[in-house]
Design a binder for this molecule. Structure first.
Ligand SMILES: Cc1cc2nc3c(=O)[nH]c(=O)nc-3n(C[C@H](O)[C@H](O)[C@H](O)COP(=O)(O)OP(=O)(O)OC[C@H]3O[C@@H](n4cnc5c(N)ncnc54)[C@H](O)[C@@H]3O)c2cc1C
Length: 414
């Protein structure tokens, strides 16, 4: 079949990978000049199957939601839709299916790790990657919250090890700041990868195999139908058997009118990337401070620190200095002397789209010939590959390797 993909982020590339692998004729369109220049650009690269829906544990209470999002610097509740989102979110995360959704998300990430590890091995890519993530628990409240989640994490098939402070150095020998956490939990199966490098490797391989990449090509309209049509800003118009939208967030009605009423919000986060000065002082893999949500991951010869959050502030021009300085401080606290700031420090802000139930939109868009793979939230890199495989199976009308009903975009139909 002849299939178009709109969006060349990690989700679009992994969708192209699955479809091309099955012998389809694939074309990928992106308004940017290269792959992985959207939210994928400086992702922390942590495939965290143990904490797949970060906003999910917040339950129905507004106070708990605000506590969970305390790492956020700015919250702009400007639209009525935001109030609708927080109300819907509370409803979804306290209903009987909340645990099932978290399990589905964890399975997506675990399956994504397997798919990518196989892909890298198959092509023998020299890929920056490591296994293991250690979550630092600062106080009794963090410990209690995590211990309550451990049975579900184990049920999801993940192993984990609770560590006393004195035991952490066997896992992360250079970790300092011992006095700022009480305990830790280590997840050996969580995976860390340089996501942009993975995307660029995949793009190169796909191009060799005949996938047609159209960069600097903004898609302005999709016309649904038996042979859906795609129109570009430059006036081009092409028809396909299927069109898959991997645009991270839902398009406007002028792009394509969909019968969906999905409550979505955009949460922007920051990434600080710095070259390693002294490898012995650097992390071996990844850590997360459970209290602030800040992650530190090792990507080859660089360290990436991610965190913070701004709700619906993606159009803001200036970086939040306080938030960015918190990322620097966290790195200096946990891995002092590891970074060479003078050798080139990059500060970047990207945004993630979150649905009210936390799960992405993967499947039929509700109009003929159009499919969605988007709104993967803050664990989107981890979910991308398994969501792509699921979508490919659905397009081919095959039985699926994961249950698709929880991800079906039509769960939010009007
Ligand atoms: C700071 C930060 C840290 C993160 N850390 C992690 C992490 O550790 N682990 C993890 O799993 N996830 C992480 N994420 C989330 C993850 O990076 C995203 O969920 C993921 O990259 C989303 O991929 P995507 O392909 O959907 O979106 P994008 O990468 O944004 O790709 C969408 C593409 O669509 C294109 N596009 C949109 N509209 C059009 C159009 N009309 N015409 C043509 N092209 C169009 C855009 O140009 C863009 O390239 C992080 C995100 C941020 C911001």
């Amino acid at each position: 079949m002849k299939i178009a993909i709109v969006g060349a982020g990690v989700v679009g590339l992994m969708t192209a990978q699955e479809l091309s692998d099955k012998g389809h004729e694939v074309a990928v369109f992106d308004r940017n000049g290269a792959a992985g220049e959207g939210s994928t650009f400086a992702s922390g690269g942590i495939f965290d199957a143990s904490y797949p829906l970060p906003l999910a544990g917040t339950g129905s209470h507004l106070s708990r939601f605000l506590r969970q999002t305390r790492g956020f610097s700015s919250v702009r509740w400007t639209r009525l839709g935001d109030v609708h989102w927080i109300w819907q979110r509370a409803r979804f995360h306290s209903d009987a299916l909340a645990a099932r959704r978290e399990d589905v998300a964890s399975k997506l990430i675990q399956s994504g790790i397997d798919i990518n590890v196989d892909l890298i091995a198959k092509h023998q890519w020299d890929q920056e990657q490591s296994f293991g993530q250690t979550v630092l628990l600062k106080n009794e409240a963090d410990i209690m919250a995590y211990e309550a989640r451990l049975p579900a994490i184990r049920d999801a098939g993940l192993s984990c090890q609770t560590l006393e402070r004195s035991e952490i150095h066997a896992i992360e020998p250079s970790l300092a700041g011992n006095d700022s956490f009480l305990k830790a939990i280590h997840f050996p199966q969580n995976w860390v990868v340089n996501c942009r490098q993975l995307v660029l490797n995949t793009k190169q391989e796909l191009a060799k195999n005949g996938v047609n990449f159209q960069f600097n090509c903004k898609v302005t309209e999709v016309v649904p139908g038996g042979q859906p049509l795609l129109r570009t800003e430059s006036g081009g118009s092409m028809s396909f058997d299927h069109i898959v939208l991997c645009t991270e967030s839902l398009p406007t009605p002028t792009f394509v009118r969909l019968p969906l009423r999905a409550p979505l919000v955009t949460i922007s986060a920051y990434a600080l990337s710095v070259p390693i000065r002294e490898p012995l002082n650097a992390p071996k893999s990844a850590i997360r401070d459970a209290n602030t949500g800040i992650t530190i991951s090792r990507l080859g010869r660089r360290i990436r620190v991610c965190g913070g959050g701004e709700l619906n502030m993606s159009n803001k021009l200036h970086h939040d200095k306080q938030l960015v300085s918190r990322l620097f401080k966290t790195l200096d606290q946990y891995f002092p002397g590891s970074a060479s700031y003078a050798a080139g420090t990059q500060i970047w802000r990207g945004s993630n789209t979150h649905t009210a139930d936390g799960l992405p939109l993967v499947g039929k868009a509700g109009v003929p010939g159009v499919w969605l793979n988007m709104a993967h939230g803050s664990n989107g890199a981890g979910m991308a590959s398994a969501a792509a495989r699921l979508l490919c199976e659905q397009i081919e009308a095959k039985s699926t390797h994961l249950a698709g009903e929880y991800l079906d975009p039509l769960r939010f139909s009007r």
